[in-house]
Design a protein around this ligand. Structure first.
Ligand code: ATP
Ligand code: MG
Length: 426
């Protein structure tokens, strides 16, 4: 089939040709946005799920919906190395200017800008590269304590009041929310708590890996009451098939039933994988319907592409010790995995593995589900690791065979130091 007409769209955040299986979430978002517009309280949304399940796509769709309902919107993506304040400040500035352009009387928008200015002045962010150009006086003593949990709610109050005064509503969209630290998340939750208490028209719709298990104490209990956490997961078979069939049907083509079943078997319904398989099957097919043999021909190419791109980019960012930790998880079979089991598999005390686990969480490779248990953030990652490192050894050494043999033969010198083992074996 002509690749130029290929309807599939594998890629980060690329809108799929058919947004299958997300009706419930879209409905929930619609209710939320409309209720807040009508000044009724409603839980904000935190979409959580693994890599490549379509969280960003959903955020973009809901943002479109919000705009069509005349919301003013802000959309940001959190990073490992940027503070929340530095991320939000320039967007909030744009938002305030946006509100200022809406006809209306009152001074709440101007006041909002002065509060933003004092907020920025108190936070140690290198604003040099974010030229905010706020040529207004700041409001000393407001939102400038330097404590985010105090200042952010004040800033949000000013924003909510400004929106209310201009008879509009604000929807904030934050992607990759797991990159915010505890303190930032907690401040955000406190700020949204204020919005709900005062009935102000500000909603937050966020997406990322599950954050709730990482939260503690008060912010956790607030979060549970203030947000709903729809799980964005793999698509059930009927939706997965629709995600493949609908787009090709629009071009007068179809998949036969066996080919759809094979793609579902290979992808387990994960949206990103569905797009990759659909894309290759289309390019390989010469006529309609697209049959099982075509999909089977595509299997190797897709697996190779996924290994080289989707999986490999993440894998290459890891140290040998981190890779070894993940390999031990893969050795245990299907997740979730208890830290104690992983430690046993690695033959190391749990306390020693803490920093390694923390750095894997920070890199977004694993996430903690509840106390003491974790899983891969990337679907089917365990299979990939087993392909990349076929043999599990008790050391993070790069030459597994030799060290395994040696470790078995010399239990006495079986030490953590893999280099020593190699030297001994030479
Ligand atoms: N409902 C869906 N039906 C079919 N394909 C989808 C669906 N949602 C997303 N996709 C496809 O899945 C891929 C990944 O989507 P997206 O980038 O939104 O995932 P993500 O969850 O944000 O991933 P990450 O955690 O890596 O940022 C895209 O190619 C997109 O077109
Ligand atoms: Mg995303």
């Amino acid at each position: 089939m002509d690749p130029i007409d290929n309807p599939f769209s594998p890629g980060a955040g690329s809108p799929p040709p058919a947004l299958a299986g997300r009706d419930e979430i879209m409905k929930q978002a619609n209710v939320l946005l409309r209720r807040v517009l009508a000044h009724r309280p409603e839980k904000s949304l935190m979409l959580t799920g693994l890599r490549g399940v379509g969280k960003t796509v959903l955020l973009n769709e809901i943002e479109k919906m919000a705009r069509s309902l005349e919301y003013r919107t802000l959309l940001v993506e959190a990073h490992e190395d940027k503070t929340m304040a530095a991320l939000l400040a320039p967007h909030l500035r744009t938002l305030f200017y946006d509100l200022d352009r809406i006809a209306g009387t009152g001074n709440k928008v101007r006041r909002g800008l002065t509060v933003l200015k004092s907020f920025i002045s108190a936070i140690e962010i290198r604003i040099g590269d974010i030229n905010l150009g706020l040529d207004i006086a700041s409001e000393s003593g407001t939102a400038d304590s330097g404590d985010l949990e105090v200042d952010l709610p004040i800033l949000f109050l000013a924003l909510g009041e400004a929106a209310l005064e201009r008879s509009t509503a604000v929807a904030m969209f934050i992607d990759e929310i797991q990159y915010f630290n505890q303190k930032e998340l907690s401040a955000l939750i406190m700020a949204m708590h204020k919005m709900q208490q005062r009935g102000l028209p500000v909603v937050l719709i966020a997406a990322g890996l599950p954050i709730l298990p990482g939260l503690a104490g008060e912010s956790k209990s607030y979060a549970e009451r203030l947000f709903s956490f729809p799980n964005v997961g793999a698509l059930p078979e009927v939706d997965a098939k629709r995600a493949l069939q609908d787009p090709v049907m629009q071009a007068g083509i179809s998949f036969d039933e066996l080919s759809l079943e094979e793609i579902f078997r290979q992808t387990q319904g994960y949206p990103y994988f569905l797009q990759e398989w659909g894309y290759q099957a289309w390019n390989h097919a010469e006529n309609s319907p697209i049959e099982l043999a075509i999909v089977q021909q595509s299997n190797d190419i897709v697996s190779k592409r996924l290994d080289e791109n989707f999986f490999r980019v993440r894998f290459d960012r890891l140290t040998p010790h981190e890779k070894h930790y993940l390999r031990a998880m893969a050795e245990l079979g299907e997740g979730p995995f208890r830290s104690s089991e992983i430690a046993r598999k690695l033959g190391s005390p749990m306390s020693k593995l803490g920093p390694r686990r923390a750095s894997l969480i920070k890199k977004g490779m694993i996430y903690s589900l509840s106390y003491g248990s974790m899983d891969f953030t990337v679907p089917l990652f365990g299979n990939f690791i087993r392909r990349a490192i076929p043999e599990f050894t008790h050391t993070s050494d790069k030459t597994p065979k030799r060290s395994t043999r040696l470790a078995a033969a010399t239990t006495k010198v079986a030490t953590e130091d893999s280099n020593l083992l190699i030297r001994l074996s030479k």
